[in-house]
Design a protein around this ligand. Structure first.
Ligand code: ACO
Length: 331
């Protein structure tokens, strides 16, 4: 039991995805690939893609409204909004616009970036504000539109990603349902997965150059990322479980970043977690980066799979390199 009111409960979730679906067959028209190759190597069958008219703020707002409704919280009751994303509509951040769209007038709002680990890193960040007694109601959103940044001519990456948003509401509570976590970074592997700024010199006055470039497309060393995920993710889940004073057989559900079915299977196998406990929506959404965990969580909750009191192990991993796990009790 934590000090009164500084425990953490996750009391609502919501999600949103663009209407347009692109199946593997459609991708065979733009790159040399096949449904069989993509499905057998990744588990992905289709992914949602946002239209030019759809913004990240719109998707995130829709997911947030669903989460607030489930949590029975009015937007004005929110103290803080954290948007985990790598693809904000605006480099200055999109959280403020979401705050305005929701009418969450009391809430302070900011973006944070930890790529596909963004949701787990955001969960831990949000929880610190509750633990210190600073804030009571927090909205955490994971949202990404990576279709904007994928190289649609690169068959090694364009088959993987999809767009979406997921959100959860965290609330201060007497009982502490965030049982343990572990976060890690290793910048030495940064080059294996990038969406990097490409400088282009611009001479303002003779002798004074600045850069007026743009962002490159996503580049990835798939095999390195695969190896990294399968090795490092079980380690952080074990560490988070240790902190929670639990063992892997006490987990009801494993919700990992939805990157590749083979990664989910390999991690579950290493940890001796039954396949029935592994939540996967990869087939229909692909890798939605920071959105993938809350999107999968929301679907499993609304399908009635995940129930109040269930113990969930969640783990994110991706660019940075970054990875982390958190163990929490739902509801
Ligand atoms: N269709 C058909 N053939 C393909 C495709 C494709 N879409 N993509 C690659 N190939 C070919 C390659 O060119 C290569 O051919 P070659 O042997 O003639 O050169 C062959 O298939 C094997 O390529 P690999 O890259 O070795 O394929 P691999 O089995 O490693 O699968 C994959 C690639 C699916 C990307 C895998 O490495 C993977 O999933 N890695 C993890 C990636 C990941 O999860 N990234 C996201 C995590 S972080 C984040 O979410 C931001």
């Amino acid at each position: 039991m934590n000090q009164l009111g500084t425990g953490i409960s996750i009391i609502g979730c919501g999600s949103a995805a663009p209407a347009t679906s692109l199946d593997n067959q459609a991708l065979t028209h733009i790159v040399e690939t096949s449904d069989e190759w993509i499905a057998s190597r990744t588990g992905i069958r289709e992914r949602r893609v946002a239209s030019p008219q759809e913004s990240l703020a719109q998707l995130a707002t829709e997911a947030s409204k669903n989460a607030l409704e489930m949590a029975k919280i009015e937007p004005q009751e929110l103290d803080l909004i954290i948007l985990a994303t790598s693809s904000a509509d605006d480099l200055f951040g999109s959280a403020g616009l979401i705050q305005a769209k929701l009418g969450a007038t009391r809430a302070v709002a900011f973006d944070m970036t930890a790529a596909c680990s963004g949701f787990v890193f955001g969960l831990v960040t949000a929880s610190q504000f509750i633990r210190t007694g600073t804030y009571r109601n927090i909205l955490l959103i994971g949202a990404d539109i990576l279709s904007r940044w994928v190289d649609w001519k690169d068959r090694r990456t364009c088959i993987l990603f999809g767009d979406g948003a997921g959100a959860v509401v965290l609330q201060a509570s007497e009982k502490d349902n965030l049982l343990g976590f572990e976060l890690r970074s290793d910048g030495a592997g940064y080059h294996n997965l990038q969406l990097a700024y490409q400088p282009q010199p611009y001479e303002i006055i003779p002798g004074v150059d600045v850069s007026q470039g743009g962002y490159n497309r996503i580049t990835m060393n798939g095999q390195e990322i695969y190896r990294f995920a399968v090795k490092k993710v079980p380690e952080v889940i074990e560490k988070a479980l240790f902190r929670a004073n639990l063992t892997s057989d006490q987990i009801d559900w494993l919700i990992m970043h939805q990157a590749n079915q083979r990664i989910l299977d390999a991690v579950a196998q290493r940890m001796k977690i039954e396949p029935e406990k592994v939540i996967s929506n990869l087939a229909h959404h692909g890798n939605t980066s920071a959105a993938s965990i809350p999107l999968a969580l929301d679907q499993a909750v609304r399908e009635g799979k995940i129930k109040a009191g269930d113990v969930i192990a969640t783990a994110g991993f991706g660019a940075g390199l970054s990875w982390g796990a958190a163990i929490f009790e739902w509801g």
